[in-house]
Ligand binder design. Structure first.
Ligand code: FAD
Length: 459
Protein backbone atom coordinates (compact mmCIF):
# COMPACT_ATOMS: atom_id res chain seq x y z
CA UNK A 1 0.00 0.00 0.00
CA UNK A 2 1.34 3.50 -0.79
CA UNK A 3 1.91 6.00 2.01
CA UNK A 4 -1.06 8.05 0.75
CA UNK A 5 -3.42 5.09 1.10
CA UNK A 6 -2.09 4.40 4.59
CA UNK A 7 -2.57 8.07 5.55
CA UNK A 8 -6.12 8.00 4.14
CA UNK A 9 -6.89 5.00 6.34
CA UNK A 10 -5.92 7.00 9.44
CA UNK A 11 -7.27 10.42 8.44
CA UNK A 12 -10.43 9.52 6.53
CA UNK A 13 -11.56 12.70 4.79
CA UNK A 14 -9.19 14.87 6.87
CA UNK A 15 -6.53 14.91 4.19
CA UNK A 16 -5.80 17.20 1.22
CA UNK A 17 -4.15 15.79 -1.88
CA UNK A 18 -5.18 18.10 -4.75
CA UNK A 19 -2.51 20.53 -5.92
CA UNK A 20 -4.93 23.48 -5.90
CA UNK A 21 -5.68 22.81 -2.20
CA UNK A 22 -2.07 22.19 -1.25
CA UNK A 23 -0.62 25.38 -2.74
CA UNK A 24 -1.59 27.61 0.18
CA UNK A 25 0.35 25.40 2.63
CA UNK A 26 3.56 26.11 0.74
CA UNK A 27 3.50 29.63 2.20
CA UNK A 28 3.54 31.29 5.60
CA UNK A 29 3.78 34.85 6.94
CA UNK A 30 7.52 34.94 6.39
CA UNK A 31 8.29 36.67 3.12
CA UNK A 32 10.29 34.72 0.62
CA UNK A 33 8.91 34.21 -2.84
CA UNK A 34 11.76 31.85 -3.83
CA UNK A 35 11.90 28.06 -3.82
CA UNK A 36 8.27 27.30 -3.15
CA UNK A 37 7.68 23.59 -2.50
CA UNK A 38 4.11 22.33 -2.47
CA UNK A 39 3.35 19.61 0.13
CA UNK A 40 2.72 16.01 -0.93
CA UNK A 41 -0.35 16.06 1.34
CA UNK A 42 -1.82 17.99 4.26
CA UNK A 43 -3.30 15.92 7.09
CA UNK A 44 -5.57 17.17 9.88
CA UNK A 45 -5.30 14.80 12.86
CA UNK A 46 -7.99 14.98 15.55
CA UNK A 47 -6.07 13.57 18.50
CA UNK A 48 -2.68 12.38 19.74
CA UNK A 49 -3.29 8.77 18.65
CA UNK A 50 -3.87 9.89 15.08
CA UNK A 51 -0.71 12.03 15.12
CA UNK A 52 1.21 8.98 16.35
CA UNK A 53 -0.20 6.77 13.57
CA UNK A 54 0.60 9.41 10.94
CA UNK A 55 4.19 9.74 12.13
CA UNK A 56 4.63 5.94 12.18
CA UNK A 57 3.64 5.86 8.49
CA UNK A 58 5.94 8.77 7.57
CA UNK A 59 8.79 7.16 9.52
CA UNK A 60 8.28 3.87 7.67
CA UNK A 61 8.40 5.62 4.26
CA UNK A 62 11.11 8.15 5.24
CA UNK A 63 8.86 11.10 4.44
CA UNK A 64 9.48 14.42 6.24
CA UNK A 65 6.68 16.25 7.99
CA UNK A 66 6.18 19.95 8.73
CA UNK A 67 4.00 20.71 11.78
CA UNK A 68 1.79 23.73 11.19
CA UNK A 69 -0.64 25.84 13.18
CA UNK A 70 -1.74 29.15 11.61
CA UNK A 71 1.51 29.74 9.70
CA UNK A 72 1.95 33.21 11.23
CA UNK A 73 5.61 32.79 12.23
CA UNK A 74 8.10 35.27 10.78
CA UNK A 75 11.04 32.88 10.32
CA UNK A 76 9.94 30.47 7.57
CA UNK A 77 9.30 27.79 10.21
CA UNK A 78 6.40 26.26 8.28
CA UNK A 79 7.96 26.54 4.81
CA UNK A 80 8.89 23.30 3.04
CA UNK A 81 12.47 22.59 2.01
CA UNK A 82 11.86 19.15 0.51
CA UNK A 83 8.91 16.92 -0.42
CA UNK A 84 6.97 16.65 2.84
CA UNK A 85 3.58 16.09 4.43
CA UNK A 86 2.17 19.02 6.43
CA UNK A 87 0.61 18.02 9.75
CA UNK A 88 -1.95 20.72 10.38
CA UNK A 89 -3.29 21.03 13.93
CA UNK A 90 -6.49 22.99 13.20
CA UNK A 91 -8.71 20.10 14.35
CA UNK A 92 -6.92 19.91 17.71
CA UNK A 93 -8.20 23.19 19.12
CA UNK A 94 -10.00 22.30 22.37
CA UNK A 95 -9.50 23.71 25.83
CA UNK A 96 -9.59 20.40 27.70
CA UNK A 97 -9.68 21.75 31.25
CA UNK A 98 -9.22 24.93 33.27
CA UNK A 99 -8.37 23.99 36.84
CA UNK A 100 -8.81 27.11 38.96
CA UNK A 101 -7.76 25.37 42.17
CA UNK A 102 -4.39 24.34 40.79
CA UNK A 103 -4.02 27.33 38.45
CA UNK A 104 -3.47 25.24 35.33
CA UNK A 105 -5.10 24.82 31.93
CA UNK A 106 -4.83 21.73 29.76
CA UNK A 107 -5.18 22.50 26.06
CA UNK A 108 -4.78 21.02 22.60
CA UNK A 109 -2.12 22.77 20.51
CA UNK A 110 -4.33 24.81 18.21
CA UNK A 111 -6.12 26.75 20.93
CA UNK A 112 -5.74 30.43 20.03
CA UNK A 113 -4.08 32.45 22.82
CA UNK A 114 -6.64 35.28 22.59
CA UNK A 115 -9.52 32.78 22.89
CA UNK A 116 -7.88 31.08 25.87
CA UNK A 117 -7.56 34.42 27.64
CA UNK A 118 -11.24 35.23 26.96
CA UNK A 119 -12.21 32.00 28.76
CA UNK A 120 -9.72 32.64 31.58
CA UNK A 121 -11.00 36.17 31.98
CA UNK A 122 -14.41 34.82 33.05
CA UNK A 123 -12.65 33.07 35.94
CA UNK A 124 -10.40 36.02 36.80
CA UNK A 125 -7.39 34.09 35.55
CA UNK A 126 -4.68 35.05 33.11
CA UNK A 127 -2.09 33.49 30.70
CA UNK A 128 0.50 36.28 30.25
CA UNK A 129 2.41 35.48 26.99
CA UNK A 130 0.92 37.89 24.43
CA UNK A 131 2.42 37.81 20.94
CA UNK A 132 0.91 40.81 19.18
CA UNK A 133 -1.04 38.49 16.87
CA UNK A 134 -2.70 36.78 19.84
CA UNK A 135 -6.03 36.88 18.00
CA UNK A 136 -4.70 34.10 15.74
CA UNK A 137 -1.48 32.81 17.31
CA UNK A 138 -1.87 29.32 18.78
CA UNK A 139 -0.53 27.80 21.97
CA UNK A 140 1.35 25.09 20.00
CA UNK A 141 2.97 27.67 17.70
CA UNK A 142 3.84 29.94 20.62
CA UNK A 143 5.39 27.05 22.58
CA UNK A 144 7.39 25.94 19.55
CA UNK A 145 8.80 29.45 19.11
CA UNK A 146 8.85 30.40 22.79
CA UNK A 147 6.84 33.48 21.85
CA UNK A 148 6.85 36.56 24.06
CA UNK A 149 5.30 39.96 23.50
CA UNK A 150 5.11 43.26 25.39
CA UNK A 151 4.38 41.68 28.78
CA UNK A 152 7.56 39.58 28.80
CA UNK A 153 9.27 42.35 30.73
CA UNK A 154 7.29 41.63 33.89
CA UNK A 155 5.88 38.16 33.35
CA UNK A 156 8.48 36.28 31.28
CA UNK A 157 7.73 34.47 28.02
CA UNK A 158 6.06 31.20 27.02
CA UNK A 159 8.74 28.98 28.58
CA UNK A 160 7.75 30.29 32.03
CA UNK A 161 4.15 29.03 31.61
CA UNK A 162 4.58 25.52 30.19
CA UNK A 163 4.36 22.82 32.86
CA UNK A 164 3.92 19.61 30.90
CA UNK A 165 3.67 18.51 27.28
CA UNK A 166 2.39 15.50 25.41
CA UNK A 167 4.65 15.09 22.40
CA UNK A 168 4.81 12.60 19.52
CA UNK A 169 8.32 11.75 18.35
CA UNK A 170 9.41 10.99 14.77
CA UNK A 171 8.79 7.22 15.05
CA UNK A 172 5.32 7.76 16.56
CA UNK A 173 6.30 7.29 20.24
CA UNK A 174 4.09 9.34 22.59
CA UNK A 175 5.99 11.06 25.43
CA UNK A 176 4.78 12.97 28.48
CA UNK A 177 7.59 15.38 29.40
CA UNK A 178 6.65 16.02 33.06
CA UNK A 179 3.56 16.00 35.33
CA UNK A 180 0.77 18.52 35.83
CA UNK A 181 2.49 19.96 38.88
CA UNK A 182 3.63 23.47 39.72
CA UNK A 183 7.04 22.12 40.74
CA UNK A 184 8.89 19.06 39.46
CA UNK A 185 12.63 18.50 39.27
CA UNK A 186 12.40 14.75 38.91
CA UNK A 187 14.84 14.07 36.07
CA UNK A 188 15.95 16.30 33.19
CA UNK A 189 13.72 19.22 32.19
CA UNK A 190 12.39 17.68 28.97
CA UNK A 191 9.55 20.18 28.80
CA UNK A 192 12.00 23.05 28.32
CA UNK A 193 13.75 21.18 25.54
CA UNK A 194 10.61 21.28 23.42
CA UNK A 195 9.78 24.92 24.19
CA UNK A 196 11.43 26.96 21.42
CA UNK A 197 12.46 23.87 19.44
CA UNK A 198 10.56 25.20 16.39
CA UNK A 199 8.82 21.88 15.72
CA UNK A 200 12.14 20.14 14.98
CA UNK A 201 12.16 17.59 17.83
CA UNK A 202 8.58 16.33 18.00
CA UNK A 203 4.94 17.29 17.54
CA UNK A 204 3.19 18.89 20.51
CA UNK A 205 -0.28 17.37 20.95
CA UNK A 206 -1.26 18.65 24.39
CA UNK A 207 0.06 21.28 26.78
CA UNK A 208 -0.49 21.95 30.46
CA UNK A 209 -0.07 25.67 31.11
CA UNK A 210 0.55 27.62 34.28
CA UNK A 211 -2.00 30.36 34.97
CA UNK A 212 -1.89 33.33 37.29
CA UNK A 213 -4.66 35.44 38.87
CA UNK A 214 -5.79 38.30 36.64
CA UNK A 215 -4.47 41.64 37.93
CA UNK A 216 -7.23 43.77 39.47
CA UNK A 217 -6.32 46.82 37.38
CA UNK A 218 -4.36 47.76 34.27
CA UNK A 219 -3.32 51.34 33.53
CA UNK A 220 -1.67 52.34 30.27
CA UNK A 221 0.42 55.50 30.02
CA UNK A 222 1.75 56.94 26.77
CA UNK A 223 4.89 59.02 27.18
CA UNK A 224 6.07 61.04 24.15
CA UNK A 225 9.65 62.24 23.62
CA UNK A 226 11.39 64.42 21.07
CA UNK A 227 14.40 62.12 20.96
CA UNK A 228 14.94 58.39 21.04
CA UNK A 229 17.79 58.97 23.50
CA UNK A 230 15.41 60.48 26.03
CA UNK A 231 12.93 57.65 25.55
CA UNK A 232 15.65 55.02 26.04
CA UNK A 233 17.05 56.81 29.11
CA UNK A 234 13.55 56.91 30.48
CA UNK A 235 13.29 53.12 30.17
CA UNK A 236 16.29 52.76 32.48
CA UNK A 237 14.98 55.41 34.87
CA UNK A 238 11.69 53.52 35.19
CA UNK A 239 13.45 50.20 35.77
CA UNK A 240 15.75 51.71 38.41
CA UNK A 241 12.84 53.18 40.33
CA UNK A 242 11.94 49.97 42.15
CA UNK A 243 8.78 48.72 40.45
CA UNK A 244 8.20 46.66 37.33
CA UNK A 245 5.65 47.80 34.76
CA UNK A 246 4.04 45.00 32.77
CA UNK A 247 5.13 46.63 29.48
CA UNK A 248 7.81 49.07 28.35
CA UNK A 249 7.26 49.22 24.59
CA UNK A 250 8.87 51.73 22.26
CA UNK A 251 7.63 53.04 18.87
CA UNK A 252 9.69 55.33 16.65
CA UNK A 253 8.28 58.22 14.62
CA UNK A 254 8.02 56.18 11.39
CA UNK A 255 5.96 53.55 13.18
CA UNK A 256 3.73 56.16 14.82
CA UNK A 257 3.10 57.83 11.45
CA UNK A 258 2.44 54.54 9.65
CA UNK A 259 -0.05 53.40 12.30
CA UNK A 260 -1.81 56.76 12.14
CA UNK A 261 -1.94 56.63 8.35
CA UNK A 262 -3.53 53.20 8.11
CA UNK A 263 -5.02 52.30 11.52
CA UNK A 264 -5.46 55.68 13.26
CA UNK A 265 -5.97 55.82 17.02
CA UNK A 266 -4.84 59.36 17.85
CA UNK A 267 -1.08 58.83 18.38
CA UNK A 268 0.92 62.07 18.14
CA UNK A 269 2.75 61.99 14.82
CA UNK A 270 4.98 65.02 15.53
CA UNK A 271 6.92 63.25 18.29
CA UNK A 272 10.11 61.23 17.75
CA UNK A 273 9.21 58.35 20.05
CA UNK A 274 6.53 57.07 22.36
CA UNK A 275 6.74 54.61 25.25
CA UNK A 276 3.74 52.44 26.09
CA UNK A 277 4.03 51.78 29.79
CA UNK A 278 1.42 49.60 31.41
CA UNK A 279 1.10 49.16 35.16
CA UNK A 280 -0.95 46.31 36.58
CA UNK A 281 -1.77 44.84 39.97
CA UNK A 282 -3.99 45.82 42.87
CA UNK A 283 -5.81 49.10 42.24
CA UNK A 284 -4.16 50.84 45.18
CA UNK A 285 -0.63 49.77 44.29
CA UNK A 286 -1.16 50.71 40.61
CA UNK A 287 -2.35 54.18 41.65
CA UNK A 288 0.68 54.56 43.93
CA UNK A 289 3.07 53.40 41.18
CA UNK A 290 1.42 55.76 38.70
CA UNK A 291 2.32 58.77 40.85
CA UNK A 292 5.96 57.66 40.94
CA UNK A 293 5.90 56.91 37.20
CA UNK A 294 4.62 60.40 36.35
CA UNK A 295 7.48 61.98 38.33
CA UNK A 296 10.03 59.81 36.51
CA UNK A 297 8.55 60.65 33.12
CA UNK A 298 8.69 64.38 33.80
CA UNK A 299 12.30 64.12 35.03
CA UNK A 300 13.13 62.09 31.89
CA UNK A 301 11.97 64.92 29.58
CA UNK A 302 8.69 63.38 28.47
CA UNK A 303 6.97 66.09 26.40
CA UNK A 304 3.49 64.75 26.73
CA UNK A 305 2.03 62.15 29.10
CA UNK A 306 -1.33 60.67 28.22
CA UNK A 307 -3.29 58.31 30.39
CA UNK A 308 -5.74 55.78 28.95
CA UNK A 309 -8.98 56.61 30.77
CA UNK A 310 -10.39 53.13 31.04
CA UNK A 311 -10.01 49.50 29.97
CA UNK A 312 -11.64 50.24 26.55
CA UNK A 313 -9.19 53.02 25.78
CA UNK A 314 -6.36 50.78 26.99
CA UNK A 315 -7.46 48.08 24.56
CA UNK A 316 -7.92 50.57 21.71
CA UNK A 317 -4.31 51.74 22.02
CA UNK A 318 -2.99 48.18 22.21
CA UNK A 319 -5.11 47.26 19.19
CA UNK A 320 -3.39 50.08 17.27
CA UNK A 321 0.03 48.96 18.51
CA UNK A 322 -0.73 45.37 17.48
CA UNK A 323 -1.78 46.59 14.05
CA UNK A 324 1.63 48.17 13.41
CA UNK A 325 2.77 45.20 11.31
CA UNK A 326 -0.34 45.29 9.12
CA UNK A 327 0.05 49.07 8.78
CA UNK A 328 3.62 48.62 7.50
CA UNK A 329 2.40 46.02 4.96
CA UNK A 330 0.57 48.88 3.23
CA UNK A 331 3.83 50.65 2.41
CA UNK A 332 5.39 48.12 0.03
CA UNK A 333 4.60 44.64 -1.37
CA UNK A 334 6.66 42.87 1.33
CA UNK A 335 7.41 43.39 5.01
CA UNK A 336 10.13 41.54 6.86
CA UNK A 337 10.15 41.81 10.63
CA UNK A 338 13.43 41.26 12.42
CA UNK A 339 13.80 40.48 16.08
CA UNK A 340 17.28 41.24 17.39
CA UNK A 341 18.10 41.51 21.09
CA UNK A 342 20.79 43.80 22.52
CA UNK A 343 21.78 44.68 26.08
CA UNK A 344 19.29 47.32 27.27
CA UNK A 345 22.11 49.85 27.60
CA UNK A 346 22.63 49.56 23.83
CA UNK A 347 19.08 50.44 22.71
CA UNK A 348 19.81 53.99 21.52
CA UNK A 349 22.87 52.89 19.55
CA UNK A 350 20.89 49.96 18.18
CA UNK A 351 18.07 52.15 16.87
CA UNK A 352 20.63 54.57 15.36
CA UNK A 353 22.45 51.67 13.73
CA UNK A 354 19.24 50.23 12.24
CA UNK A 355 18.40 53.63 10.72
CA UNK A 356 21.96 54.07 9.45
CA UNK A 357 22.07 50.67 7.72
CA UNK A 358 18.56 51.08 6.30
CA UNK A 359 19.50 54.48 4.84
CA UNK A 360 22.69 53.03 3.40
CA UNK A 361 20.69 50.37 1.50
CA UNK A 362 17.73 52.65 0.83
CA UNK A 363 15.17 50.43 2.58
CA UNK A 364 12.23 51.84 4.53
CA UNK A 365 12.17 50.84 8.18
CA UNK A 366 9.68 51.33 11.01
CA UNK A 367 11.22 50.51 14.39
CA UNK A 368 9.46 49.31 17.50
CA UNK A 369 10.44 47.09 20.30
CA UNK A 370 10.02 45.67 23.72
CA UNK A 371 12.53 48.19 25.05
CA UNK A 372 12.47 46.80 28.58
CA UNK A 373 13.90 43.55 27.20
CA UNK A 374 16.30 45.11 24.67
CA UNK A 375 14.26 43.27 22.00
CA UNK A 376 13.99 45.48 18.90
CA UNK A 377 11.69 44.78 15.94
CA UNK A 378 12.62 46.71 12.81
CA UNK A 379 9.83 46.24 10.21
CA UNK A 380 11.45 46.54 6.79
CA UNK A 381 9.09 47.51 3.96
CA UNK A 382 10.44 46.47 0.57
CA UNK A 383 9.78 44.85 -2.78
CA UNK A 384 11.41 41.44 -2.90
CA UNK A 385 10.58 41.05 -6.59
CA UNK A 386 13.10 43.82 -7.28
CA UNK A 387 16.46 42.08 -7.59
CA UNK A 388 18.45 45.13 -6.44
CA UNK A 389 16.31 45.68 -3.35
CA UNK A 390 16.48 41.99 -2.50
CA UNK A 391 20.30 41.94 -2.75
CA UNK A 392 20.54 45.13 -0.71
CA UNK A 393 18.31 43.61 1.95
CA UNK A 394 20.62 40.59 2.24
CA UNK A 395 23.55 42.95 2.83
CA UNK A 396 21.48 44.94 5.32
CA UNK A 397 20.70 41.78 7.31
CA UNK A 398 24.36 40.68 7.29
CA UNK A 399 25.30 44.04 8.83
CA UNK A 400 22.39 44.10 11.25
CA UNK A 401 23.08 40.67 12.73
CA UNK A 402 26.85 41.23 12.80
CA UNK A 403 26.22 44.43 14.75
CA UNK A 404 23.83 42.77 17.24
CA UNK A 405 26.31 39.96 17.92
CA UNK A 406 29.23 42.40 18.21
CA UNK A 407 27.55 44.25 21.11
CA UNK A 408 26.72 41.05 23.00
CA UNK A 409 23.26 40.66 21.53
CA UNK A 410 21.68 37.96 19.44
CA UNK A 411 19.50 37.09 16.42
CA UNK A 412 16.09 36.53 17.93
CA UNK A 413 14.21 37.23 21.13
CA UNK A 414 10.88 35.65 20.22
CA UNK A 415 10.41 34.94 16.51
CA UNK A 416 12.85 32.05 16.17
CA UNK A 417 15.49 31.11 13.59
CA UNK A 418 13.62 28.86 11.13
CA UNK A 419 14.98 29.13 7.61
CA UNK A 420 15.61 32.83 7.45
CA UNK A 421 18.25 33.24 10.12
CA UNK A 422 19.94 29.85 10.03
CA UNK A 423 22.94 31.14 8.06
CA UNK A 424 23.77 33.44 11.01
CA UNK A 425 23.38 30.84 13.75
CA UNK A 426 27.03 29.76 13.81
CA UNK A 427 28.11 33.33 14.52
CA UNK A 428 25.56 33.73 17.32
CA UNK A 429 26.17 30.50 19.24
CA UNK A 430 29.07 28.99 21.08
CA UNK A 431 30.51 26.15 18.91
CA UNK A 432 30.09 23.52 21.61
CA UNK A 433 26.46 24.44 22.27
CA UNK A 434 25.61 24.23 18.55
CA UNK A 435 27.26 20.81 18.48
CA UNK A 436 25.13 19.65 21.43
CA UNK A 437 21.97 20.97 19.71
CA UNK A 438 22.78 18.92 16.60
CA UNK A 439 23.30 15.81 18.76
CA UNK A 440 19.95 16.39 20.47
CA UNK A 441 18.23 16.74 17.08
CA UNK A 442 19.81 13.45 15.90
CA UNK A 443 18.76 11.64 19.06
CA UNK A 444 15.12 12.69 18.72
CA UNK A 445 14.92 12.49 14.93
CA UNK A 446 17.36 9.88 13.59
CA UNK A 447 15.96 10.11 10.03
CA UNK A 448 15.84 13.93 9.94
CA UNK A 449 12.17 13.98 9.01
CA UNK A 450 10.69 16.33 11.63
CA UNK A 451 10.63 19.88 10.20
CA UNK A 452 14.01 19.29 8.53
CA UNK A 453 16.47 22.06 7.56
CA UNK A 454 15.14 24.56 10.14
CA UNK A 455 17.53 26.34 12.55
CA UNK A 456 20.61 24.40 11.29
CA UNK A 457 21.53 21.65 8.87
CA UNK A 458 21.59 18.10 10.16
CA UNK A 459 25.28 17.43 9.39
C1 FAD B 1 1.40 40.54 13.12
C2 FAD B 1 2.27 39.63 13.94
C3 FAD B 1 2.71 40.06 15.17
C4 FAD B 1 3.50 39.23 15.95
N1 FAD B 1 3.93 39.67 17.17
C5 FAD B 1 4.65 38.84 17.96
C6 FAD B 1 5.09 39.28 19.27
O1 FAD B 1 4.82 40.39 19.72
N2 FAD B 1 5.80 38.41 20.00
C7 FAD B 1 6.12 37.15 19.54
O2 FAD B 1 6.76 36.40 20.27
N3 FAD B 1 5.77 36.74 18.32
C8 FAD B 1 5.03 37.54 17.52
N4 FAD B 1 4.64 37.10 16.28
C9 FAD B 1 5.06 35.77 15.82
C10 FAD B 1 4.41 34.71 16.67
O3 FAD B 1 5.45 34.23 17.49
C11 FAD B 1 3.85 33.57 15.94
O4 FAD B 1 2.95 34.10 15.02
C12 FAD B 1 3.12 32.61 16.90
O5 FAD B 1 3.74 32.46 18.13
C13 FAD B 1 2.93 31.23 16.37
O6 FAD B 1 2.15 31.29 15.28
P1 FAD B 1 1.25 30.11 14.79
O7 FAD B 1 0.36 29.63 15.87
O8 FAD B 1 0.64 30.60 13.52
O9 FAD B 1 2.29 28.92 14.47
P2 FAD B 1 2.97 28.55 13.08
O10 FAD B 1 3.49 29.76 12.44
O11 FAD B 1 2.07 27.69 12.28
O12 FAD B 1 4.17 27.65 13.60
C14 FAD B 1 5.24 28.20 14.29
C15 FAD B 1 6.33 27.13 14.50
O13 FAD B 1 5.86 26.14 15.38
C16 FAD B 1 5.83 24.85 14.77
N5 FAD B 1 4.60 24.22 15.26
C17 FAD B 1 3.33 24.69 15.18
N6 FAD B 1 2.50 23.87 15.85
C18 FAD B 1 3.25 22.86 16.34
C19 FAD B 1 2.98 21.70 17.13
N7 FAD B 1 1.75 21.42 17.56
N8 FAD B 1 4.00 20.88 17.45
C20 FAD B 1 5.27 21.16 17.05
N9 FAD B 1 5.59 22.23 16.31
C21 FAD B 1 4.60 23.07 15.98
C22 FAD B 1 5.88 25.11 13.28
O14 FAD B 1 6.51 24.05 12.57
C23 FAD B 1 6.72 26.39 13.22
O15 FAD B 1 8.08 26.09 13.27
C24 FAD B 1 3.86 37.92 15.47
C25 FAD B 1 3.40 37.49 14.22
C26 FAD B 1 2.62 38.34 13.44
C27 FAD B 1 2.13 37.85 12.11
Amino acid sequence: MSFVNELKKVCGTNILLEKKDLYVYAHDTSQNPDNIIIPLAVVFPRNTQEVSKILKILYKYNIPCVPRAQGTNHCGGTRLTRDSVVVHFSKMDKIIEIDKKNLIAKVQPNVVIGDLNKELDKLNLFFPPDPSNLAVSTVGGAISLCAGGPRTFKYGNTKDYVINLEVVLSDGTIVETSKDLAKNVTGYNLTSLFVGSEGTLGLICQATLKLIPKPEQRLLTLAYFDSLEDAAKCVNNVINSGFIPSTLDLLDNNTIKTIEKFNPCGLLTDKEAVLLIELDGFKKSVEYELEILKEILIKSNALKIIQAKNEEENEEIWRARRSSYSAVTQLKPNVVTEDIVVPRSEIVECVKKINEISNKYNITVCIMGHAGDGNIHPNFALDLSCEEEKNNFEKLKDELFAYAISVGGTLSGEHGIGLHKKKYLKAALDCASLDIMKKIKKMFDDKNIINPDKMFNYD
